[in-house]
Design a protein around this ligand. Structure first.
Ligand SMILES: Cc1cc2nc3c(=O)[nH]c(=O)nc-3n(C[C@H](O)[C@H](O)[C@H](O)COP(=O)(O)OP(=O)(O)OC[C@H]3O[C@@H](n4cnc5c(N)ncnc54)[C@H](O)[C@@H]3O)c2cc1C
Ligand SMILES: NC(=O)c1ccc[n+]([C@@H]2O[C@H](COP(=O)([O-])OP(=O)(O)OC[C@H]3O[C@@H](n4cnc5c(N)ncnc54)[C@H](O)[C@@H]3O)[C@@H](O)[C@H]2O)c1
Length: 467
């Protein structure tokens, strides 16, 4: 049996992070990928979705030239954006990605890896062993038990980017990250989109007010948003998809299901190795190790955070734990904040807790908010929708930040840094930000927090006395 220092199962962001770092350290690695290197993120997720959103954005900008005093006498025509998306994915998956794994042994597209013992893995009839094993097998789309849905031709993120045409009419089930991003991308490329969800605002894991800003924009762009709407039946008639909902009956050419994810663990044969799991994923401790010493589960498959950066971060932490002989100084995944961003226009981004979570936790908090419509740069750019909202307290401790608006996904990192490293509102306020960047919105919020303190109590009295 071939023996390695470590075996990685699954080559998405989590497995790639472990493999690239371990290869760089000169370790002997075997990485097994049943399908394509890059995993969900590169092949069917983050990358193609962002590329399609970009195509939609380009089309939308062209259609709105007149807002900038520019006449455009032609009309854009949607040709082959999905083909371009696939070309971009191929370009990234080629040498650019594979170079990092030159020093690892890769088994790609030869079948699924499964455990035959605690430290023995089999693929394509051959067995391999290692001291440390990293499971990084991700998730798959979850199809809800809506009557008829399993019997109609469905799109999920696994096949939507393989389509040849932009559908004339598209129904989307789900108003989360995937549903929202795909609704706007397809709508801006010409589809008539209706989206349905059981939650009461878009991007339901986030701040409600931010979800409403996005919903207003979607409605202005002609997207039908049906919140808190039960879907009773889905059927196919004469090649069309008919969806029966509490809000009425709707017909479309295609239906996209984006209703969350599930870990598919049966093929791994985890019971054979005694590795514990439940329906949320593989069970781990804070050090990302399963109940079997030396076997780690990183990324989406442990169900802790369904995000690429979290998957890569977990891969890095678990590898560092695996090579560290001191049991005390081990990295714990929940010592690190997990921000997230949804890449619609406007974008929504979150660091730390939301206002609702602050309320639920009984935290003595205050909200400070700056609107994009009150800042020169965002007005000049024609991007007045949105706000930066910070959950803080009178001492300036920062608990969370929600941003909805242009470049929210970039602005959020200042708040991630602040929360993780205990930087206060005062610190942000006295940090110069270049004018007129959109990031200056962050400083303006901190200034507002300070102004709220200095316009009452002793400060005005003392100022008057000592001026
Ligand atoms: C449409 C869409 C858009 C997204 N956009 C973003 C975004 O903008 N930002 C973000 O942070 N996240 C985004 N995500 C989420 C992100 O894709 C996932 O969080 C990320 O891919 C998880 O990485 P992973 O390595 O844990 O798993 P995956 O990427 O799912 O990779 C797991 C790999 O394991 C392989 N595998 C599974 N079982 C076996 C087996 N038994 N043997 C061998 N190989 C196996 C699979 O083939 C797969 O390649 C998006 C997801 C979707 C669907
Ligand atoms: N920009 C990003 O970071 C990004 C983008 C896409 C996906 N992702 C990741 O992928 C994961 C999956 O995304 P997602 O959008 O599939 O899930 P999600 O958990 O974000 O949203 C699920 C949506 O499905 C709806 N829903 C669930 N069951 C339903 C039913 N029976 N009928 C109607 N609506 C129903 C919910 O109301 C909700 O709107 C997310 O957790 C996210 O972390 C991230």
């Amino acid at each position: 049996m071939e023996k390695y220092d470590l075996i990685v199962i699954g080559m998405g962001p989590a497995g790639m992070a472990v493999t690239a770092m371990a290869a760089n350290m000169g370790l002997d690695i075997l990485a097994i990928e049943k399908h394509k290197v890059g995993g969900e993120c590169l092949n069917y997720g983050c990358v193609p979705s962002k590329a399609l959103l970009k195509a939609g954005e380009v089309n939308e900008v062209t259609e709105n030239f007149k807002e900038f005093g520019i006449k455009f006498s032609g009309k854009t025509e949607i040709d082959n954006p999905l083909e371009i998306v696939r070309e971009k994915v191929n370009e990234i998956s080629g040498n650019k990605t594979m170079k990092a794994f030159e020093r690892a042994k890769l088994i790609v597209d030869q079948g699924e890896a499964k455990f035959v013992d605690k430290k023995v893995v089999e693929v394509d009839g051959k067995q391999y062993t290692a001291d440390k094993i990293f499971i990084a097998t991700g998730t798959e789309p979850l199809i809800p038990p809506i009557p008829g849905l399993k019997d109609v031709p469905r799109l999920t993120n696994l096949n939507i980017f393989a389509q040849t045409n932009i559908p004339e009419k598209l129904t989307i089930i789900g108003g989360g990250a995937i549903g929202s991003e795909m609704a706007q991308a397809f709508s801006r490329l010409g589809s008539e989109v209706n989206m349905f969800q059981i939650d009461d605002h878009l991007v339901p894991i986030g701040d409600e007010e931010a979800g409403r800003v996005l919903e207003d924009k979607f409605k202005k762009e002609g997207i039908g948003v049906y919140n808190s709407t039960a879907i009773n039946k889905v059927e196919e008639k004469d090649g069309k998809i008919i969806i029966h909902t509490d809000a009425g009956v709707f017909e479309s050419d295609k239906i996209l299901v984006a209703t969350g994810r599930k870990a598919v663990l049966e093929p791994l044969n985890l019971d054979q190795a005694g590795i514990k799991y439940d329906k949320t994923g593989i069970k781990i401790n804070k050090k990302l190790e399963t109940n079997i010493k030396g076997v780690y589960a990183v990324g989406d498959c442990n169900g802790k955070a369904l995000l690429s950066h979290a998957a890569m971060h977990q891969g890095m932490l678990a590898l560092m734990n695996a090579i560290n002989p001191t049991p005390i100084k081990q990295f714990k995944y929940d010592d690190f904040l997990v921000p997230w961003s949804v890449f619609t226009k406007p974008e929504i981004a979150q660091a730390g807790i939301t206002e609702k979570e602050a309320k639920e936790k009984g935290i003595d908090y205050q909200i400070v908010k700056e609107k994009y419509e009150d800042y020169g740069r965002t007005i000049a750019d024609g991007k007045p929708e949105g706000f930066v909202k910070v959950i803080t307290n009178s001492k300036g401790k920062i608990y969370g930040a929600t941003i909805v608006g242009e470049q929210a996904s970039e602005l959020i990192h200042e708040w991630v840094l602040a929360i993780q490293h205990n930087i206060s509102m005062f610190d942000i306020m006295v940090t110069q930000h270049s004018f007129p960047t959109i990031s200056l919105m962050n400083k303006r919020v901190a200034e507002k927090w300070m102004m709220n303190k200095t316009n009452s109590g002793m400060v005005p009295k003392l100022a008057k006395k000592f001026i």
